[in-house]
Design a protein around this ligand. Sequence first.
Ligand SMILES: Cc1ncc(COP(=O)(O)O)c(C=O)c1O
Length: 457
Amino acid sequence: MMNEKKWESIMDAPIIKVKPPGPLSSKMLEEQDRFETASRSYTKIFRTALDYGKNATVVDVDGNVFIDLFAGVSVINMGHGNPDVINAIQKQTEKLTHITEVPTESRISFLKTLDSTLPGKMRGKSKIFTTVTGGDACELAIQLARFVTGKKVIVAFGGSYHGIAGNIVSATANSHYREYSGNDYLNTYHLPYPYPYRFPHDVEPEEMSKIVAENLENLIIDPYSGTGGIAGVIVEPVQGEGGYIVPPKNFLPLLREITQKHNVPLIVDEVQTGMGRTGKIWATEHAGITPDIITISKSVGGGIPISMIAYDEEYDRDLPAGFHLGTYRANPLGLAAGNVIFQKLKHEEFMKEIRNKGNLIIESLRKLETESRFIGDVRGLGLMVGVEFVKDRKTKEPNGDLAQRIKTEMFNRGVLIHTCGHYANVIRFMPPLTIEESLLRKAMNIFSEVVVKLSKD
Ligand SMILES: Cc1ncc(COP(=O)(O)O)c(C=O)c1O
């Protein structure tokens, strides 16, 4: 890969010169409080103000250096300040920074490159529709499914997160977002996700998928199922906000089989799992299926907010102009970045490194299982790894309090890490995919120390 030899994380990290937030950070946090909404959440977790980033490290204004296992919620997959990404953005900045849908060279190159990566049989047979955020892409995806089927009800899954703006908030499983948005729970039906650690039936994982799939088929075919017909199924191939849950291998193939049999669009939400996060460009590839629609966002713009869906070109036939209209239909800067990012993701060697680093995390967590009785489950795919904390391994009572304390202690020691899960009791590992193995090992050692220490308290 081009320039990257000279570009690396600050390898001495973490360096805590002053307990965060230091004096300069505290002042900036206060100023932010004065002007920005009190409903911010990330500034409650990461109490600092940042100056710059270098690959998997960020430096705060007080000179503290943090290891970043968070990547801005999986947006900075290529690392902070990746020279090739920055170079592409800079070059495009000098040419044109916004012009709606009118083609530019960066747009055409991006479209060709994206198409060449699409999973299964989508390649060469798909259309791209650009939007701005992940939620926006999911909103468009369900809108398209409703348009092509003429039906209304979307099937989503417990634990899912697809965004909060507009109708999509009904598909997101955490109901408090809906309460805040003031939207009614509308035209959506949630089936349980085959969450091997917490499935309502005590059966083998593959059996869980079958149960869910049979229920789905019943919803589709039974005129008295209560749904009145299904417009689409939206699913995360690995659940993100729901707890980094890897479903059994047969889950997506079964969903595909049933939706195909009954002509129901299958939407695979790759907003968090896509762009190499799971050790393949798309998590869908692990299942070997062809979705009808995929949603793409987060790291695709290298930090410039762009998103899109790729969908079966057949759906394009009757789509009117102005369907899901907007001023921002993919910024040229983000498209230029995306083009470079996809070129990097196409290297199988890079994918192998991602999988190896994911295995390193899993191995470290499995060792830790013997040292902390509060670890209930360890799971992951590629560099999307979660560890679920419980109060008791037998009862599986969630231990959100411990997970939150671990997060805070990690921050104090100079590692940015975040939680997720139904009970906010899962610590998730989502570093930049470019993190150096030695830095990752260091971060895992710190994590082990923290978990062992807090497990004794
Ligand atoms: C799977 C998935 N879909 C959709 C979204 C929503 O994306 P955004 O926050 O950009 O609206 C997220 C955000 O984390 C996500 O993880």
